[in-house]
Design a protein around this ligand. Structure first.
Ligand SMILES: Nc1ncnc2c1ncn2[C@@H]1O[C@H](COP(=O)(O)OP(=O)(O)OP(=O)(O)O)[C@@H](O)[C@H]1O
Length: 305
């Protein structure tokens, strides 16, 4: 299922023994997984198990209480750029059982990853801009579809370019950049480019949210329940967008309650129960022969929360 073309220079995102909580209550415990370039990872688990928390940590929105969120170029150590020259190294490797794991080692090895929180704020911001998160609440701006799709491109431009763009919008001479239009095309929303976001259906709004993340050509795309409450057509469009992202070498991680969706789109699946990753491996293995009995029950729909 893996397409490994187009992954050169793409970031690999590693959660390495990550624990996190709020107000003294633990939510995630020792979670290790990897989002590889050109791969789709499904994070499945019941409501409240910590999937959103995990995605927000992977998006570098907040620092884990324990463990590391680390990044490396997706290819071998030879291609690691100076930006990511390793001091702290995580090695995301496969073991001999067809499972996949994210483990730290002392240095070197294939695929060096650097702790995002050991970097300066500026360096971390640069990395964060290579990660797109489509949150559950979508939060589109009260503006046109085109403006929304172009938003991420705008914030990455110089102040002067942003000012020029804002002036052009004021005088009605602004049109979305090609990358935004192409992303809207990917999600079948190009013809609605001038429509106001406030008037979109939830499926359309969700597609625009995905386009906004795709427009900046992120290395990693994180999707939080991207199709919950959507009809089959909108669901299929978003699943196709994930496949396209994967074909472009983007690493995709999606949190989902939908086991069938995980089976349809994901190369790897992580089952998170009670904040712990109890099963992690190739999707087929996780669904066909899970090692953990609770994981077996959960993916079979027998474990009700
Ligand atoms: N900012 C926060 N402050 C306090 N508690 C929080 C915060 N964010 C999440 N939590 C708590 O952490 C736990 C996990 O929440 P999270 O949203 O990560 O779960 P989830 O698996 O994504 O759930 P769902 O599938 O319903 O979206 C919940 O008990 C939630 O109340």
């Amino acid at each position: 299922m893996s397409h490994k073309e187009n992954t050169t220079g793409r970031l690999r995102l590693v959660a390495d023994g990550v624990s996190h909580g709020f107000d003294g209550d633990s939510v995630l415990e020792d979670v290790s997984l990897t989002v590889d370039p050109g791969d789709v990872l499904a994070i499945v688990g019941p409501s409240g198990t910590g999937k959103t928390t995990l995605l927000r940590l992977l998006a570098l929105f907040s620092r884990p209480d324990d463990g590391r969120v680390a990044l490396a170029e997706g290819e071998s150590v030879d291609t690691v750029s100076t930006e990511l020259t390793p001091d702290h190294v995580a090695d995301a490797r496969t073991n001999g059982h067809g499972d996949v794991g994210a483990r730290t080692n002392g240095g070197g090895g294939d695929g060096d990853a650097r702790d995002a929180w050991s970097l300066s704020d500026d360096e971390r911001l640069r990395l964060r801009r290579r990660i797109g998160l489509v949150a559950q609440d979508r939060s589109l701006f009260s503006a046109s579809v085109g403006y929304n799709a172009a938003y991420g491109l705008g914030v990455r431009r110089s102040r002067a370019a942003r000012l020029r763009s804002s002036l052009r919008r004021t005088v009605g001479r602004w049109s979305p950049p090609a990358a935004a239009l192409s992303a809207l095309e990917t999600v079948g929303m190009a013809e609605m480019v001038d429509k106001h976001a406030d008037s979109l259906s939830s499926g359309e709004a969700q597609r625009v949210g995905v386009a906004r993340a795709l427009a900046v050509d992120p290395d990693v795309l994180l999707l939080d329940e991207p199709t919950s409450n959507l009809d089959p057509r909108n669901t299929a469009v978003i699943e196709d967008a994930m496949r396209e992202a994967k074909a472009r070498g983007i690493g995709v991680a999606l949190a989902t309650h939908d086991m069938d969706q995980a089976r349809r789109v994901a190369d790897k699946t992580a089952v998170v129960l009670g904040g712990t990753c109890i099963e992690y491996g190739p999707t087929e293995r996780v669904f066909e022969s899970p090692r953990d009995d609770r994981a077996r029950q959960f993916v079979a729909g027998e474990l009700v929360y």
